[in-house]
Design a protein around this ligand. Structure first.
Ligand code: KG4
Ligand code: ZN
Length: 404
């Protein structure tokens, strides 16, 4: 991607809406990296003036997973309306915007392309600065829209496409402590849910895989299916979920044979399988996060006053997982902050907020005519995974007793 920054004056400036109200600078945020078409207008204080979100979850649940060209077509059909809705609800005319911020990395190529193409046309038409956004940076910073969390803080991002632990040292300054070696936890949960045919469950027909597993786990007994927590022998902060998914698939196959049913039929023990799955994902996330905290302590990477763990991404809306993580943060003397579920999953607000943060600091603001390219794969920050592994930190035993 080319970077020809525009000179932007920092500090709060003001513009007026059609109704004559005065706001600080306004940013339009646009998100299309996966299966949500989102747009929002924020002022510089983080006030949401208007937003719109079109979720594709229902369509993808019907087809049994995200088919990239289908996601692309849905973004194409909805983007104009979603952006107009966000502007309309804000009562803001494009001429009043100070910048447009759009996710350009990482994500699904076909989906990213729609948001980027739309945005580049839009900024050229209205002659507005453009702020390309890193989707994971946006997830990590969302919390600062809601709470005054100062840098540095530790962040765990867990979604359908990513799982990573990083120290956020500044708006565009991250130390990557660990990430998934294979799939993300949300992806594993979605695939387990699909293998269990949970869309056929009367309570789960419209829920994402992770939501379905959380709901069913409430009435399940996790002890019925003991699962091995992944990567018990690797003393690092990386994650792995595909082996866990295999363990669960083997259990499902065995139970289907026992119950004499075929794949595609609901098992009688779905609640217990959901509970065991959720507990093992929670334990794995808690252990890696625990090691990240100890690594940060050993290397003075977090402030001694009010050190904080921020948890975000779609999987962070899971209350059981939050509880597991909070047992670790309480033990280690950290505070824990999670944005509300609505801001944990993909949306235009978090992209607009990242735009606000970058606008305030004057980082990565491009003139409208600069050609920007999307990047399906994009690392976040400086890779410290080798340093973490070399430290070989052993974890103390912690009992994760979590009421479901
Ligand atoms: O952040 P997000 O909206 O999109 C990505 O960037 O991936 O996260 C979506 C993922 C899906 O895999 C979904 O199953 C998972 O987050 N998810 C959950 C819950 N709600 C959504 N996982 C566990 N528990 C939940 N309550
Ligand atoms: Zn996301």
């Amino acid at each position: 991607m080319q970077h020809r920054p525009l000179h932007v004056t920092t500090g709060v400036q003001h513009s007026q809406t059609a109704t004559g109200h005065s706001y600080s600078r306004l940013v339009l945020g646009i998100e299309t990296s996966c299966d949500d078409t989102g747009a929002a207008v924020l002022d510089e204080t983080g006030k949401i003036l208007g937003e719109s979100l079109h979720s594709q979850t229902e369509v993808h649940l019907r087809t049994g997973g995200i088919i990239p060209p289908v996601a692309q077509q849905l973004h194409r059909e909805n983007i104009e309306r979603v952006v107009q809705e966000a502007l309309g609800r804000s009562n803001v005319h494009p001429s009043q915007l100070s910048a447009v911020a759009t996710t350009v990395k990482p994500g699904m190529a076909l989906s990213l392309g729609i948001g980027l193409e739309f945005s580049q046309r839009f900024v050229r038409q209205h002659n507005k600065p453009f702020i390309p956004i890193h989707h994971m940076e946006a997830h990590a910073l969302t919390v600062r829209m809601l709470h005054p969390v100062a840098f540095p803080f530790l962040v765990l991002l867990v979604s359908g496409g990513h799982s990573l632990l990083a120290v956020a040292r500044g708006v565009d300054d991250f130390l990557l402590l660990g990430q998934s070696l294979d799939v993300a936890p949300g992806d594993a949960l979605d695939k387990v849910a699909r293998r269990l045919s949970l869309t056929k469950h009367p309570q789960c027909s419209t829920l994402s895989g992770g939501q379905a597993i959380e709901l069913l786990a409430k009435d399940g007994d996790r002890m019925k299916f003991p699962l091995t927590t992944p990567m018990g022998k690797s003393n690092d902060c990386c994650f792995s979920f595909s082996g866990l998914r295999n363990q669960i698939t083997m259990i499902i196959i065995k139970k289907e044979a026992e119950e004499g049913i075929e794949e595609g039929t609901l098992l009688s023990c779905v609640n217990d399988i959901a509970a065991a799955t959720q507990h093992t994902v929670a334990t794995h996330l808690a252990k890696r996060t625990h090691r990240a905290i100890l690594f940060c302590k050993a290397n003075n990477l977090l402030p001694s006053n009010n050190p904080t763990l921020v948890v975000s991404g779609g999987v962070a809306s899971n209350q059981y997982i939050r509880k597991a993580l909070s047992l670790i943060t309480e033990r280690e003397g950290l505070g824990m902050l999670c944005p509300p579920a609505k801001f944990c999953t993909d949306n235009g607000v978090m992209i607009a907020w990242n735009g606000v943060e970058r606008l305030r600091e004057g980082i990565g603001i491009l003139s409208p005519n600069v050609d920007v390219y999307y990047e399906p794969k994009a690392p976040l920050g400086v890779d410290m995974t080798e340093e973490v592994r070399a430290a070989g930190i052993k974890l103390p035993r912690v009992k994760l007793e979590i009421p479901s």
